[in-house]
Design a protein around this ligand. Sequence first.
Ligand SMILES: *Cc1c(COP(=O)(O)O)cnc(C)c1O
Length: 438
Amino acid sequence: MFYAQFKSISGKETYPLSQIVYKDSAGSLLGVSHDCSAWKSRSPEEWKNLFGNRRSSFAPADLSGVWSKRELVLPELPVEDIVTLQEGWTPLFNAQKLAKEINIKSLHVKLCGNSHTGSFKDLGMTVLVSQVNHLIKNGIPIKAVACASTGDTSAALSAYCAKAGIPSIVFLPAGKISVAQLVQPISNGSIVLALDTDFDGCMKIVQEVAADKSIYLANSMNSLRIEGQKTISYELCQELGWDLPDVIIIPGGNLGNVSALAKGIDDLSALGLTDKKPRIVVAQAQNANPFYQAYKRDFDKLRPVQAQKTLASAIQIGNPVSYPKAQQAIKDYNGIVEQVSEQELSDAAHRADKTGLYCCPHTGVALGALFKLREKDIISSDESVVVISTANGLKFSEFKAAYHEQKLDGISPKYANAIHHLPADAGTVISKLKLILQ
Ligand SMILES: *Cc1c(COP(=O)(O)O)cnc(C)c1O
């Protein structure tokens, strides 16, 4: 009874989800479009009860934050074709201490990096790989799934493909991703190609490779991934007692995730689960800020930039694929785009760590934007805020260790915590501790 298809942004072209298609005939992005009138066959109360009941079920699909909302994701996918690593249902960290420090009503951090491969990319990849699994089972000749990546997408792709037994190919910019991110696809048995270029360069090449339809393209222009990532909004709403905060802040690179966040909120309104319209803030690194610049020009058009090196390596992107959807999201949700410097993102991440978080640099970008907007009083003290933390800090140990060792180029760390090297002598240790604790 529930139904979805690919639809062009203009709304003029549609394709079945079983077709391998990433763009419309004019080369614009597609989206997955659901028959929202069918959703009305259930009342908001019935939906809430269904999702509430699944939260206490141990059925494999129900244990996933994505597939527990399956009617709204890929309604026609047979449950037995789902490839899941129990993605979603990540912690919503109540950052009371940080909220107090910056004087706002409430602050929660959605820890999307507490996931199988350590980033929110799992949410989208479970949907894409499940659909590919379904297509292969139905005899469609797909030899491998490929993606260009700043690290986290390839980690997710390789894990889900390995689980399903589907070959995967990852295109990485040589020397531009963290060791942990590089080791993940190697371990999961992907064909790993390190190219002497940046992310945008890898993106161009993977698209040429995927022109042959037996190589399936997994980048975020593939709108199936958005269907998984949009469940961040469902989950937030459910966790907050079917309510949403006043402001949601998210770091943006290729801008698929902010598009997904907005789509999720659109769905919640269509389902009658909330009528709240939070302001959406996209946070960019100043060194890779084409979206910020376009925002400052009232979104006249995207002018791609050569992305400069940033510690927030997953968002070092100069030509974001999902620009059209993201600018719509900012318009629909009275949004803001903010940028932060390398110094600001580093300090923001480690300031938050002191309150019990463990932030990756991208989460630092989002928190840095929060601190700036709060200082300018653009976010006011009576507002509730959710920050989307996109990856696990454990993937970025080099960044975090170098911060505390004061070895980050051009950064003077405000929140560095130095190690005390002492002789193994109880007397010296006791007198040192007395000094520190006095
Ligand atoms: C992919 C990624 C982003 C950016 O998401 P987009 O959809 O490209 O805007 C941010 N943070 C991390 C850790 C990522 O892996």
